[in-house]
Write a protein that binds this ligand. Sequence first.
Ligand SMILES: [Mg+2]
Length: 478
Amino acid sequence: MNAKSPVPRAVLHIDMNAFYCSCHAAAEPKRYAGRPTAVAGSPETRHGVVVTASYEARSRGVRATMTVTQALRTCPELLLIAPDFQLYRRLSKAVFDIVRQYTPDVEVFSIDECWADVTHVPFCGSTSDLAREIQKRLHRELKLPCSIGIAPNKFLAKMASDLHKPQGLTEISLHNLVEVLWPMPVGQMFGVGPKTAERLVRMGISTIGALAAANPEHLSHRLGKRGRQLVELANGRDFAEISSAPEPLKSIGHTITLAKDLSHPEDMATVLMNLADQVGRRVRRHRLVGKTVQLTLRFDSRRTITREQTLPIPTALTEILYDTALSLLHNHLPKAAKVRLLGITLGHLQPEETAILEKHSRTNGTPESIQLSLFSTGSVFEDITGSSQQNFIPSESPLGNALPPPQQRNLDRLRRLSQVTDALRDKYGESIVLRGRMLTQDESQHLREHQTRGTSLQKDILSWPEGGETWPKDGKET
Ligand SMILES: [Mg+2]
C-alpha cells in the first residue's frame, strides 16, 4: 500500500517475550514452565553467559549477559538450559505462520519479532481486538507469550510493544504520543544507539519529547541526515513500508571465541578450516558467491583486528575461503600472538548465476585451472589435484613450515566435489564427510552442531532448517 496514502495504517509489532526460555517452557512445560530459567552458552567455558532469562528469573535479579556464575549466585535455584536453535527456528516459523494467516504483509525483524500491516484485514472489531486475538492464539496454540504494539506506523508500533512485558497490548497513536512517548529517555528510542544517545544528551536533548522539539536543521548539521529522520520519528512520523521480502544478504560469517587462547598457527589453521567449512556451506546453501574474505582476530589483550582480501573470482568454495583466510593469518599474525577469537566472513555476496554471467562476458576462454593461493589445505583434495613443488611461506613467518606446499586448484573439480559432499551432508548430517583437519579437540568442531550453535555468536540469526533462507537483522550475518 502507498506510503503516503491518506488511509491511516494499522501496524502491529509482535515481540515474543523471553523467547528462548519460553520455547523451552513450551516444549517441556513440566520441567520449565513458570520456573526461573536461563538459556546460557557453554557454561564450562568463558563464554558461558546468560543469553535470555525467563521472567521468573528476571524477577530474582538474573539478567542477560551475566556470567553463569554470577547468575547462579544471584539465583541459586536457577535452571540453566543449553540452547537449542533448531527448536527456536521451528517455533519462530510457527509464530510467523500464524501471523501470516491474517495478512501477507509481515516483515520479520529477528527470530522473535515481526511487524504486520493489518490495515486491510477483514476483521469485525477494532485493531486491538485483532491484536488480542493473535496474542491469544500464539499462547493457546504454541504456548508462547508475546507483547504487541499497535500504531499507525512501524516505529510507533515497535516502541509500543516494548512498553508492557510480558503479554502486553499497547497502543500508541498520534493522540497519546505526547503523554506516552515524549517523557521517555532518548536512549530508549528505537534507532538511537548508545553513542547517538550520548551525543544528544550532551546537546541537551535527553527525552524523546525534546528530540521532537529540536530544530531538524540544527540536528542534521550535527548528526547528518539521520538527525532530521530522528526528529521526524520523535514526532511519530514514519512512512516506512512493511516489506515482506527479506533483505538480501551482504555477508555471511562465523566467529568463535576459544576456551583456551591459541598460540600455535597450526591450531589456528584447524579452527579456520572449521570456520571456512561452515561459512562455505551456508553461502552455497543460499546459492551465493562472495568476493571479499575477511579474517577477524582477537588477541588475549582483547585487541581485535580485521583484515580483508579481495578475490579475483567470487567464490563459495570452502577451500578458497580457507586458503585466503590462512594467507591473511600468515600476513597479519604478530609474532608470539595469543589468539582468543577467530572469524571468517565472506562479503560482497551476489547470486551465483550473476557471477557466472559476469565471468563469461569478461573472460571468454580463460583456462579452468587457476593458481588461487599460496597455500594448500592438506586435505582430501591432494589426491585429485596432485601436490606440487615449492613452499612459499617464508621461514620467518609465524606459520613457519606448519603448512603443506602450494598447488594448482581445479575450480570445476572443486565445485563438483562440493556439490557431492553438500548433498551427502544434507542427507546424512554434517559429520558424514569431514576433512582430516576438521577433526579436532577444540570447540571449533561444534560449529557443525547446528542445534547448539549460535551461542558464541550472541545474535539472533534466523535461518530456516528446511529452506535455508536467512533473515538477519541488517542484511549482515555474523
Ligand atoms: Mg523479544
